[in-house]
Design a protein around this ligand. Structure first.
Ligand code: SF4
Length: 150
């Protein structure tokens, strides 16, 4: 019997491919992801963390960003009004990791500068800063390659 080889799955931030899941419900220009269409598994960690769309803009409270947060060192994700959304961001990151494991994804293309998906750049108190988002940090900590997409 002929064996069919299944395509290795990759995770992709859903807002990069035409899903209206950004905090302000803005649609982004659709990006090109260099993977076969049937490999792509869309995820929005913030919606997976049960946050609504639209939702308040949020950022890291201080220099403790995604890597510190997932390591338990400290850090919080807050809204401009000061509401603490850390637990929702962590829940979304854990659900995203669970999906990655379920589909066997070893790579994730993630939207740069998001408090969830940012790979190199995030916002601290509304200012751009070096660091990883919560989901990017958790995926990387668990051996998944993270690829930033502008
Ligand atoms: S950057 Fe990540 S968390 Fe934010 S809307 Fe896109 S997929 Fe969702």
């Amino acid at each position: 019997m002929k064996q069919t080889q299944s395509t290795e799955k990759v995770l992709v931030s859903a807002c990069l491919l035409g899903y209206r899941c950004r905090y302000n419900a803005e649609l982004l220009e659709v990006r090109t992801i260099p993977e076969p269409a049937d490999a792509i598994v869309l995820v929005c960690p913030e919606e997976l963390g049960s946050l609504p769309t639209p939702r308040p803009r949020s950022f890291f409270e201080d220099e403790h960003t995604g890597a510190d947060l997932v390591s338990g060192v400290g850090g919080r994700v807050i809204t401009e009004a000061g509401e603490d959304l850390t637990s929702a961001f962590l829940a979304g990151a854990r659900r995203t990791l669970a999906i990655a494991r379920e589909v066997g994804a070893r790579k994730a293309y993630l939207k740069e500068r998001s408090p969830s998906c940012g790979c190199n750049t995030i916002y601290v108190q509304g200012e751009q800063s070096r660091g990883k988002g919560v989901t990017a940090a958790l995926l990387e900590k668990n051996g998944i390659e993270i690829v930033p997409v502008e």
